[in-house]
Design a binder for this molecule. Sequence first.
Ligand SMILES: NC(=O)c1ccc[n+]([C@@H]2O[C@H](COP(=O)([O-])OP(=O)(O)OC[C@H]3O[C@@H](n4cnc5c(N)ncnc54)[C@H](O)[C@@H]3O)[C@@H](O)[C@H]2O)c1
Length: 320
Amino acid sequence: MGNFTILDAGQTAAALPFVELVDALRIGFASGCQLPQRHHHTMARDGEADATLLLMPAWTNPAEVEQYLGVKLVTVVPGNAKRGLPGLVSTYMLYNGQTGEQLALMDGNTITGRRTVATSALAAAYLARPDSTKLLVAGAGRVGSLIPDAYRAVLPIEDVAIWDANPEVSHRLARSVSESGLQAYVVEDLETEVRNADIISTATLATEPFIRGEWLTPGTHVDLIGGFTPKMREADDAVVTRSQLYVDTAEALHEAGDLVQPIHAGLIGESHVLSTLADLCRADEFVRRDSQSITCFKAVGSGLADLVAAKLVHARSRDG
Ligand SMILES: NC(=O)c1ccc[n+]([C@@H]2O[C@H](COP(=O)([O-])OP(=O)(O)OC[C@H]3O[C@@H](n4cnc5c(N)ncnc54)[C@H](O)[C@@H]3O)[C@@H](O)[C@H]2O)c1
């Protein structure tokens, strides 16, 4: 199998430093790639909930000099909860897109987590005030715990306020962020911290909004990572109506409750979204109009970002 490499979670993460990943995503979003519809297979189980296999392929455009093909494979087994095993396992397989030869197999959760927060940091580099120092992180799980490191790769972050439904999880992240050299503390009053923040980044599984538009101070940037179905909400209608609004991809308009619900209620039209991340990267210009605007970026995730991250892992592991 030639130079086929296998990278576990630690090796995958080590090959994805945020400065390099944000740069690679900027180039990747500007050039785009081929993204067929993802495959969703339901597998019936005896005596427990159905399991699911998701296959998410992506490949480079024919004009690219180097051709790659990648597939993210995700198994979702709800019955694993009572076995004490993780309910979701994700693997990324990268191939040479010209020849179809395998190049590398890597940890899919790590790819997803790091490309997600790096995508948000990339958007913030175009949208947030360049003097943003105060970051509020809401949701300190697998994705949320990576937010401070990604943001400090692009902005002069100094203070990180952390809010999670589970206080133990908040304290754990506050400790590790402090150890990394930033000021970090657990939020006691969410409204006060929302008013105080330069950037608010959310990565929860919430179905009811917890960030209120009326709390936002002029100049704030809001980054909504968590909600990925029409029923999920992290921000209320006023966050969206008060903001200059941007999305990672157009799918966000149909998948994310934070946008779907105010659109259905007639509060905003689709044209309230000013542009996608691909447009921002192609123009490659800072787009915030002034220091008083409120900006908002809503992401639902993209197979393009997975492919970009996997290519970077492969390049860095190959080059030693
Ligand atoms: N936009 C993207 O590209 C993208 C990519 C990956 C994951 N996500 C989404 O990000 C979210 C977080 O994913 P994860 O893997 O970190 O999950 P996780 O389960 O590891 O962490 C979620 C955290 O949010 C907290 N939480 C849940 N509901 C809450 C609520 N109502 N209020 C406050 N805190 C709450 C939990 O206590 C937990 O610590 C999920 O919705 C996931 O689908 C988005």
